[in-house]
Design a protein around this ligand. Structure first.
Ligand code: NAI
Length: 255
């Protein structure tokens, strides 16, 4: 039976992923700040090391899957926290769990990006290079200096996408597949908080996908469940947009 760790398991997309994977027969190890099999704070190197240590222990050193859902939106307490959780909370955990994954059965990683990453494609912000250079203190400092959580958010997801695609090339021969799901607007507590925010609420409410509605967490979990299954055995380094057509709307002529 496949043993899969899922970050952000206590809410929204992560909770839906846990439910779907359990139904598909996986043994799930949830990781979150609270209400999880592994309670850990992914915003710091110490918290990530603690999370990895507990997961490896619970999985007896051999992990078959990892799904990175934990993340913060534009209403986070600070932009530096967005950088630390969204980018380093996934990239460092992946690195720490790679040896256990390399021992797994048909191992696979799925990372939750965002359609918001596309906003950085035309003119990538310099903070992205700091993240890709693994310089967490400098990226955090610049994020807080900018004080624009929407830039920290889209940049963190852009950097995360680039990092994972590079990793797919670098570590493909280990047999650990890695892919991303890029959601559009999904009805979760994170999205609800953005809709209510006095700075961003109106823009978020007016940003409607061509399909005419927001998505449900289970619709993201379906894509994750596919990527974590044997049916996706040749899918590697890919981004699946599950966004009701938002990406197509924003850049139909580019992909
Ligand atoms: P959510 O707020 O419902 O769930 C996020 C989970 O991450 C929570 O359980 C939270 O406790 C956990 N988390 C946050 N900081 C953490 C930390 N320091 N350590 C451990 N766990 C932590 O949000 P949602 O919407 O389910 O988001 C999941 C992922 O999907 C995020 O990465 C988000 O950026 C991404 N996403 C969400 C979209 C949406 O419209 N809801 C759109 C695009 C991407």
């Amino acid at each position: 039976m496949s043993v899969t760790a899922v970050t952000g398991s206590a809410s929204g997309i992560g909770a839906a992923v846990c439910e779907k994977l359990r139904a598909a027969g996986h043994t799930v190890i949830g990781i979150d700040r609270h209400q999880a099999e592994v309670n850990a704070d992914l915003s710091s190197p110490e918290g990530r090391a603690n999370a990895a240590e507990q997961v490896i222990k619970l999985a007896n050193g051999k992990l078959d899957g990892l799904v990175c859902c934990a993340g913060l939106g534009v209403t986070a307490p600070s932009s530096s926290l967005v950088v630390s959780v969204n980018y380093f909370g996934s990239t460092e955990l992946i690195e720490l769990l790679q040896p256990a994954l390399a021992k797994g059965e048909q191992p696979a990683i799925t990372v939750i990006g965002s359609v918001a990453a596309s906003q950085q494609v035309a003119d990538p912000h310099p903070i992205i290079e700091l993240m890709l250079n693994n310089d967490e203190p400098a990226a955090r400092a610049l994020a807080d200096e900018l004080g624009q959580p929407q830039i920290a958010y889209s940049a963190s997801k852009y950097a995360l996408t680039v990092h994972c695609r590079r990793l797919a090339v670098k570590t493909g021969s280990t047999g650990v597949r890695i892919n991303l799901v890029a959601p559009g607007a999904i009805e979760t507590p994170l999205h609800e908080a953005s809709k209510q925010d006095p700075r961003f609420g109106e823009a978020v409410r007016n940003f409607v996908a061509p399909i005419g509605r927001n998505g449900q967490p289970s619709e993201i979990a379906d894509a994750v469940s596919f990527l974590q299954s044997a049916q996706a055995s040749f899918v590697h380094g890919s981004i699946i947009y599950v966004d009701g057509g938002m990406d197509a709307m924003m850049r139909s002529g580019k992909f």
